[in-house]
Design a protein around this ligand. Sequence first.
Ligand code: CAA
Length: 254
Amino acid sequence: MIELTHDEEFAVLTIRRPGALNALSFELIERIGECIKEAGRSRARALIVTGEGEKAFCAGADIKELQRRGLAAQREGAELGQAVFALLDRLPIPSVALVNGYAFGGGCELALACTLRLATPNARFGLPEVKLGLIPGYGGTQRLPRLVGSGRALEMVMTGRAVNAEEALAMGLVNRIVQPPGLAAAKAYAREFSGHGLRALQFAREAVQRALDVPLHEGLRIEADLSTLAYRTHDAEEGMQAFVDKRKAEFRDE
Ligand code: CAA
């Protein structure tokens, strides 16, 4: 089951399927999509994505459900997973994965699709699909190299070896290891940016995301366009005036 709750100024999406280490059935993936959209319509300043319990964030696609499917259904399933995780890119608020234990296969891919990633000390990240005769299908082969480089991504995808929290931090797969683990740490982390205007955060996320897809000269043009749009917002006016007035800015996300 997937649950969307609200905790102070944050939306929290929790994967709860304790009997299967929070593995993702197609039904759960669809529900994740509904919850992401609901979070986008809410007043939340950020979405925190996590798994119930201490053992697993999410152990990936439900392997039992994957068996004996037709090719068309299999392709549809991959496209569903990709489309649902891609909703996080377009979400008007940033997302933070709080990876508490195993993040394997589709679970690792869900974390990769979030804007930022936190790991608890017992977190383990892996794309073990080759061990099943498969390859990642929910964005892992595309997002992982963009985050950690193709050499490290190929090693993880080709060996199926899992990396622990320290290794994940060293390679840039996660932003921080949180201690003590738990939602409070994720909320404290999100508060480092959630007080900024959402428009500026959105333009900044888009500019950085596009940087990974386009040649430098085009990326610089995108940055000029988006920074000009940011300049036209009420929040930019307010932010600069607050600096001059030596007071805290009061952003309105406009
Ligand atoms: N799908 C379905 N069930 C799963 C599952 C998965 N991905 N991962 C774990 N489970 C189930 C197990 O079958 C087991 O259920 P039973 O008690 O009914 O037998 C229960 O969860 C507990 O799992 P384990 O007994 O295996 O727990 P463990 O502590 O010994 O091992 C683990 C933990 C190393 C994570 C191991 O469960 C594992 O390797 N899981 C599979 C991970 C994996 O291969 N993920 C990739 C899936 S394919 C994919 O995701 C494709 C894609 O790109 C979208």
